[in-house]
Every structure is written in structure tokens, then in C-alpha cells.
Ligand binder design. Sequence first.
Ligand SMILES: C[S@@+](CC[C@H](N)C(=O)[O-])C[C@H]1O[C@@H](n2cnc3c(N)ncnc32)[C@H](O)[C@@H]1O
Length: 255
Amino acid sequence: MSSQQCKNSESCSGVWCRFRDGQPEYLVRHYWWAYLWRWGVWFFDHQPIINAILFGQYKTLSHRALRDCMKERPEGRMLQLTCAYGSMTPSLLKEMDDELYLMDVADIQLKATRKKLAAMDKERLLCARMNAEYLAYADDAFATVLIFFLLHELPPEARERSISEAIRVLQPGGRLVVTEYGACPKKHLLWRFPVTRWVLQRLEPFLESFWQVDLFAMLDRHARTQGKVIRQVDEFHCFAGFYRVCVFELEQSLE
Ligand SMILES: C[S@@+](CC[C@H](N)C(=O)[O-])C[C@H]1O[C@@H](n2cnc3c(N)ncnc32)[C@H](O)[C@@H]1O
């Protein structure tokens, strides 16, 4: 829907409406300032800022995710499921000598990621604009899929669809690396202190629902529906369990 069409619609009178350009409504409504507004994209894509947002844990989490993607990496293509601020994509490309597939529903994010790359690495980044809920890749297309802090930003139905799609495009024997908030951190200072909890809930409207999810159970349900078997092979926690990096693998098919 174009922004012009939006202005005419009664339900679309907020600032966010101007940023609509084919993305899901939740993204535009709740995150336009962080992912779609050019000054927001400029501001957040600075290492100290993204590190501050993750309470100083960016390096630990990105290094761990990188290690989990690359260590004895299954043979085949790698997909990064949506862009991420910081050095994640450039670091992945530095470690790989083949292509990295990257998709995102926001053009401005794909362009910002490309800008961060050296000329030679740009050629190996295969960008495509698409919705994580409806991936335009074939079944079993990838050997590795990385999801870096996406799931908590999705409303529950979008989260279910994106997980289902991630499993669909992952080949048997393939690896899924998920970097995310940990399980509901009821004992963590940031959760117990009402002000920080309130700020987190305001900035991340779907985090509360993500905290209620049993990640493995959700992955397992979607894998079974598709006749695949998933198992968790690693889980790393940091910042007193506030964040985690989980590694899952699909079992090899017996055929
Ligand atoms: C990976 S998440 C959060 C990343 C994290 N805050 C960071 O930068 O480290 C943010 C990205 O997800 C994208 N995104 C959100 N919902 C999406 C969807 N349904 N399909 C594709 N991309 C989506 C946004 O456009 C944005 O580029």
C-alpha cells in the first residue's frame, strides 16, 4: 500500500503510516523509528548504540552466534533471516568464502547492510526483499539459518509463520542458530525493577509474549508438521540468562 493510500484511510493517521511500503503492519506501526526511518537507521547502526541496547552484550552474543554458525558448518548455503544492526553480516562474510543469503522486508535495511561491506564482500551477499513469514526460497534450500534477535519482535502469529518457514527452507542435517532473549527473566534485576521493565515493554511490545514461548517446543511442533525432526544441540546464556544463543539441528533424512 502506498503512503498516499494510507493517508486516506481512517485507521492510518499516525506518523507510522508514512513509512508503509509493503511491510507488515506491526513492523511499521511499532518499529518505524528503529528500522524504517532513515535517521533511526543511521543512529542505531553504530556499534556503541547497539551494544548499549543489548546492555553491553553485543560482542559476546555476536561472537557466539558467529562461532555457532561457522564451527563444523554443514555443507551448503547459509541464510541470515533478516538484517541486524552492527557487525554481524560483515563478520559472517569475512569468515565464509562462499555466498551469504540475506533477506529482509525493508529495503532501507538491506541497503544499510550492503553499505557496511567491503566491495569484494558485496558480491557474495545475495540480498532479497521478502517477508520472513512467506519466504520465497525452495524447501530445504539452506544448510544453515541464522536468526539474530528477530523472534521477540514479531507478534505471535507472525512468529509462528516465520519459524515454520525457517524450518521449511532448512535441509535435513541443517543447522538453525537463534540468538534471542532468554526465557522470562523473573529473577533478573532488569525485570524486577519496574522502570526498566516498563521501558522494555514499551519499546518491545511483543517481548512479553515471546517470554511465554517454549522455543524448542515451538520449533519441534513446526518440524513435526513438516515431517522433520529437530533437536537442540547447544544453548549458551549470558547476562544472567537474559540473553541466549541456541543451536538446533534437523536430523538427516533416512532416505
Ligand atoms: C533482526 S530484527 C532485530 C535486530 C536487532 N535489534 C539488531 O539489529 O541487532 C530487525 C530486522 O527485522 C526486519 N523484519 C522484521 N519483521 C520482518 C518480517 N516479517 N520479514 C522480514 N523482515 C522483518 C526489520 O526490517 C529489521 O531489519
